[in-house]
Design a protein around this ligand. Structure first.
Ligand SMILES: C[S@@+](CC[C@H](N)C(=O)[O-])C[C@H]1O[C@@H](n2cnc3c(N)ncnc32)[C@H](O)[C@@H]1O
Ligand code: SF4
Ligand code: SF4
Length: 336
């Protein structure tokens, strides 16, 4: 656990020092697509499915490059990363480079055996999707569909020392599932995080002009955010800082613009090595092979131009980092 914390601190502090001392941002994490295949078909999913996975060696080269530009945290993205037979080997490769390894997963293929293998190979954290307890229309990511999941996640956290977060996508249909789910995970070494369903920016649907939630759902969300704030104050394991929920209330009514840190604090690498701001945005037309430590200065203009377009229509967990730092005591240092 101690090693996890040290690695996590290192992956945050080195980029901050690079920004602060040398005016040379290096990302806190890079999202690396390891597959676009999936065993589920969630109704809201923004991922375009693709059957061809990148070869292991190509992924290793990208990991080398991520390390080379000063980033110490790699985030496996998909599709469903656990579908890759070599996910344990890939984890081990990152671990050998002393990197903090995080993986997004729908949790359906997790077992204690796989958790053992991943943890022993050096997986540090998993963000596991769960949209509620009861079977739902939006996805098969519920406890009713996967009844052993909480027990497995508790094992991953308590016995294997992984940092485990459960992510709930709020679609307006599952608002009432959140608090019961929070109660179920509390005391098991698991933390909860919520994100609002996003419309892929390519559709250019803006929350402000065409909110995805109807009036009744907006009210239910307000109530949920208030309850989460209260629960957070009571010490429940909730990831988001309190002000994020206040921001969300405003955002879903088109009255708050998140400041997304994409490009500067993180970026995403697609199946062919192409860079994009985040998994939801189009490629910048630049391959990770061709970048160096000064990538941010080189592509700053491109990053910023894209952000102007997509920042209006998206609220993602990724945006959280900038929103978080903007009110952190060390904000002048961390987001300089
Ligand atoms: C694309 S999935 C990939 C990893 C894995 N298959 C899973 O579902 O966790 C990564 C995260 O994005 C979330 N997600 C997918 N589509 C979304 C959307 N339209 N809006 C917000 N989050 C979304 C998923 O619920 C999941 O937590
Ligand atoms: S499990 Fe993840 S990748 Fe698969 S369809 Fe659902 S959100 Fe998309
Ligand atoms: S605002 Fe940030 S998280 Fe949202 S689509 Fe743009 S780059 Fe992605």
């Amino acid at each position: 656990m101690k090693k996890q914390k040290l690695l996590f601190i290192k992956s945050n502090i080195i980029p901050a020092l690079n920004r602060f001392l040398f005016n040379r941002p290096s990302p806190m994490f890079v999202g690396l697509f390891v597959t676009r295949n999936c065993n589920l078909d969630c109704s809201y999913c923004f991922i375009k499915k693709n059957s061809k996975d990148p070869p292991l060696n190509d992924l290793k080269e990208r990991i080398d490059k991520i390390k080379e530009i000063g980033c110490n945290m790699v985030y496996f993205m998909g599709g469903e990363p656990t579908l890759r037979k070599d996910i344990v080997e890939l984890t081990r490769y990152c671990n050998k480079q002393n990197m903090f390894v995080v993986m997004d997963t729908n949790g359906t293929l997790l077992s204690k055996e796989l958790i053992d293998k991943l943890a022993d190979a050096g997986m540090n954290s998993m963000v596991v999707s769960l949209d509620g307890i009861n079977r739902a229309r939006q996805s098969k990511k519920t406890l009713s569909d996967n009844p052993c999941l909480i027990e497995d996640l508790e094992y991953a956290s308590m016995k294997k020392g992984l940092f485990i977060a459960v992510n709930i996508v709020l679609t307006g249909l599952n608002t009432r599932e959140v608090i019961p789910l929070l109660e179920r995970i509390t005391g098991k070494g698991i933390i909860i995080t919520t994100c609002l369903v996003t419309q892929p920016p390519s559709k250019f649907i803006s929350y402000s002009k065409n909110t995805v939630f109807n009036k009744k759902q907006l009210k239910e969300l307000d109530l949920l955010f208030d309850t989460l704030i209260k629960k957070k104050k009571e010490g429940y394991p909730i990831f988001e800082p309190i002000h994020c929920y206040e921001h969300m209330k405003e955002f879903i009514r088109g009255r708050y613009n998140w400041r997304c840190g994409a490009g500067r604090h993180f970026f995403s690498v697609g199946l062919g090595g192409e860079i994009s701001l985040c998994p939801e945005t189009k490629s910048l037309g630049v391959n990770i092979k061709g970048i160096d430590k000064n990538y941010y200065q080189t592509y700053k203009g491109m990053f910023e131009k894209r952000l102007v377009e997509c920042n209006k229509s998206c609220v993602e967990n990724y945006a959280l980092c900038e929103s978080y730092y903007s009110s952190h005591k060390l904000r002048f240092f961390l987001s300089s």
